[in-house]
Design a protein around this ligand. Sequence first.
Ligand code: IKT
Length: 359
Amino acid sequence: MDDINFAVLGTGGIGRRTLEVSTHKDGLTPVAACDRHGVAVNHDGLDVAELLDATEGNIAGDGTGDTDSETRANDDRVTDGGTAVKQHGDGAGIVASTQGTPTETPIDDIIDESEDIDAVLLALPNLEHDFIPRIAERFADAEFEGVLIDVLKRSRVIGMLDEREATLTDAGITFVCGAGATPGLLTGAAALAAQSFVEVEEVEIWWGVGLKSGYEDNRGTVREDIAHLDGYDIETAREMDESEIEAVIEAHDGVLEFDDMEHADDVLLERAGICDGDDVTVGGVLDIRQDEKPTTTTVRVTGRTFDGERGTNTFQLDDATSMAANVNGPALGYLKAAVRRNRAGDYGVFGPAELMPGF
Ligand code: IKT
């Protein structure tokens, strides 16, 4: 029977929706959350409804990646160097909740409470490639023994976590990287679809997201996506102010198409022994004018069977399931799987193609 106390770093779209989804799941008790300005801790369980009410539309350094300054502020070891571009995400946030306490060191405050926490979901921006790996190191240095889990996207970050594997293992940490939708659910689906084959030739991930009403909540994700467009990278995307982001969206008539994204599904499938990372492609369409998905999210795995056939196994998400459902459900499912591993003494860095998520 699962009985898991967990914390969420970041109360942007992902952090808040994770808290919400957890209330529909057995065995998960959210006991701590933080944003740029505050922390909420209750080891008997947070009042999620009150916290969501207080933070909805009132995001403080929202943990979904809006600015370099926000990244710095979330990384409370680093004093803000003053590159601030004032943008969305500077409301009172968690401090507006009756459970919230103001702090200048939100992450350290959660680390201080972590002895009684089984798992920590890092729903933080990763607009500096090593930001999540550095957070992991801080938990290891503080002798946290438990699960860390993130929903990061970029392939190159996995290597940075692998470099820290010995430190994480020595501390007793089970780290799951890339546990959202892609990488995450869709990587895991590709790993299952590959089982029919003895050789995998190609994995194609193609996603569709409609974000009209969800745009405010997911500005950080949109910013991270823009970094994948031709002519942009993570540094330029980080420096853009809101009006520049909106100008890019406008210039594309509200529909952004991405081809050959640097998404860690490639590295994660390769490290699970399924295929060569070069044979994995990730792309998709983000439509900010409507909530309907502009295209059906599909994973196609092409390979050869032991008995000489060549085929393509296809996995599709229903157009009715939202990005929030497809990111946060799997994140909590992988969190459950990781806690089981951790309790069995299995430490180190894992990807979504190596674990079967709990439900
Ligand atoms: C992510 O957050 O995992 C990546 C985003 C795409 C999500 C795909 C969801 C598919 C669906 O709900 O059908 C995007 C790349 N930011």
